[in-house]
Every structure is written in C-alpha cells, then in structure tokens.
Design a protein around this ligand. Structure first.
Ligand code: C5P
Length: 206
C-alpha cells in the first residue's frame, strides 16, 4: 500500500505521515528533506537558489547531509522552497522518491506532489492542511520552545510566502490530488488528527 501525504508547511503532515508509517508498519520518506538538502548544499556553496544551474548542481549533495539538524532550520526551508521551483531539480529528485514509493510492501511519503506526481497510483492520498494563522502559531510555539526568539507576525509572513511559492510554481504546484481526502487540522489536536488519518486510511484501503 502506498500512502501519499501532501500539504503545506506546518500543517501536521509530517507528524501524521510518521504516525501512519508506525501504525501500518511501513517505511516513511519525508521528501521535504531532499529539497532541504539541495537548498542547504546551494547555501554551503554560496550559490543562488534562484539560479537553476546552481540548484541542479546541488542535487549531487552527500547523503550524510540528510542527517544534519540544520536542515530543519527556517532559513534552509526558505532555500528549499526556492530550489524546488526548478523543473531540473524536481526531475533529479524524482527517481529516488519513485523508487521509495514502489518498494515491495508499500511506503508512506510526505511532501507536496506525492499524490499528484510521484505516486499518482497511491491507494490512499491525504491532503493535510490548516489555516495560516494556526500553522504560524504552531511553528512559533515550536521555535520559542527551542529558545529561538522570533515574532509570530514574521513567521506568519514567511509561511504565507512559502505557500504562495509552493502553490504558484508551474511545475508540480502544491495542490490536493482530485482523489485526495482533505484533512483540515486547524481545530484538531495532534492525537485527534492522527486518529482521523488512520480512520481515513482504513476506510480507503478497505
Ligand atoms: O516539507 P518541507 O517544509 O520540509 O519542504 C521544504 C520545501 O521543499 C517546501 O517548501 C517545498 O517548496 C519543497 N518541497 C517540494 N516538494 C516536495 C517536498 C518539499 O517542492 N515533495
């Protein structure tokens, strides 16, 4: 069984995808990490993430980069969002994601275009979303909890900009697949969102 979990930043899709993988005993790939690694590699090389050639060259990143905590930084997320608009970058990362999805026994993948591009044949597609204000609030709580001093308004602004870029790009824009089940987590606790996702998978997969 392939489970595709797509949605905007801080919607809860990563948490849900991890929980689904644990519940159904499936391997999980956070595809955002691949784009973050490309963004980070461009940053390390002092390149311009808006330059398609610099971004494509950075797709050759060392796998060890995927384990680095810095990939989770907001700044790297911004770089990831900028390199991910280039079709050559998306193409370079396609095969790795596709192979993960097609492995024997199935898999859970989360990202922006899993249900639409990477695994359109997925048996279960979830589109996890929440309001910009709620996603900003969650990110703010997480960051201030880690001791990072940041204004809520700044985060809200960054999230809205990232949404606009992810949804507005020509190649593989963020959108719900036609056959995706939309799960709005704005008013759901973490546990309630996970429970709703498990129920949705069971209902879809029979
Ligand atoms: O999910 P995460 O915030 O880690 O993703 C970082 C960025 O990578 C996103 O803003 C998006 O632009 C890009 N991305 C993508 N396609 C995916 C996963 C992530 O374009 N499947």
């Amino acid at each position: 069984m392939i489970i595709a979990v797509d949605g905007p930043t801080a919607s809860g899709k990563g948490t849900i995808a991890k929980a689904l993988a644990a519940h159904f005993g499936l391997p999980h790939l956070d595809t955002g990490l691949l784009y973050r690694a490309v963004g980070r590699q461009v940053q390390l090389e002092g390149g311009d993430p808006d330059d398609p050639q610099a971004a494509l060259a950075a797709c050759d990143f060392a796998d060890s980069l995927l384990d680095e905590d810095i990939l989770r930084a907001e700044e790297v997320g911004g770089f990831a969002s900028r390199v991910s608009v280039h079709p050559d970058v998306r193409h370079a990362l396609y095969q790795r994601q596709r192979a993960f999805a097609l492995q024997e026994g199935g898999a859970v993948l989360d990202g922006r275009d899993i249900g639409t591009v990477i695994a359109p044949e997925a048996e279960v597609k979830l589109y996890v979303t929440a309001s910009v204000a709620e996603r900003a609030r969650r990110r703010w709580l997480e960051m201030t909890g880690r001791g990072i001093d940041v204004a809520l308004a700044e985060i809200e602004h960054d999230i809205a900009a990232r949404d606009a870029r992810d949804m507005g790009r020509a190649d593989a824009p963020l959108k719900a697949a036609e056959d995706a089940l939309v799960l709005d987590t704005t008013h759901l606790s973490r546990d309630a969102a996970i429970e709703a996702a498990i129920k949705a998978v069971l209902a879809r997969a029979g």
